[in-house]
Design a protein around this ligand. Sequence first.
Ligand SMILES: C[S@@+](CC[C@H](N)C(=O)[O-])C[C@H]1O[C@@H](n2cnc3c(N)ncnc32)[C@H](O)[C@@H]1O
Length: 222
Amino acid sequence: MPEKKEILRVKGEIKETYGKISKIYATLEGKFEKRLRERGVEYLDIQKGETVLEIGFGTGITLVEIAKSVGETGKAYGIDVTPEMVELARRRLEMEGLGRRVELSEGDARNMPYEDNMFNAVYMAAVLELFDTPDIPKVLKEIKRVLKSDGRLVVVSIPKEDHENSIVLRLYEWAHRKFPKYASCRPIYVEDSLRDAGYNLIRTDEMLMAKLFPMKIVVAKS
Ligand SMILES: C[S@@+](CC[C@H](N)C(=O)[O-])C[C@H]1O[C@@H](n2cnc3c(N)ncnc32)[C@H](O)[C@@H]1O
């Protein structure tokens, strides 16, 4: 009999958590996530003139790279549910002189304000594992709706697959159970979630974040 693949459920209000930690997040992300971010954007393979969406953009650090990559003829979009993050990202993009190339929305990835078949590519890092189990397929379906038929999706996420016995991830799961408000995400079966939602997996890679946490980068096609 195939082994049942369980992941933890999610409790707590994400918006409230990220509203409180938005400034700390802005300080830490530059140090810990740079290589991961660079690899994720490289795998997005953005071409000039494309229309690209980032979901859960946080402080907007990756949106800057996405906006540069689409060039003057392209357009970048970002959606994030936390008002404080939207404000931080707006300021960052304005300082970089990219404000007009990016359209930001404060909104929920489960129900996005975009037309069908709108994007060449979608990027989502450290976000899918924040959704409660029944919401993961909903978000992936919503992304499929807004992606063009041959659109690309890059998901960067904490993997449960191949790491069921990882001490670091078990500690993380413990923290998630104990302090769901702060350790708001948990490892998920990233590849299976994408396959179950009807995506074709093109490439997978793994890196360590902060030399400790395994992070999976999955490139998929709609
Ligand atoms: C861990 S942070 C990741 C930020 C950024 N992607 C990065 O890699 O640094 C998660 C982000 O997802 C956003 N988020 C959480 N739930 C969301 C939802 N339902 N819809 C859109 N964004 C969401 C949070 O506000 C936060 O900015």
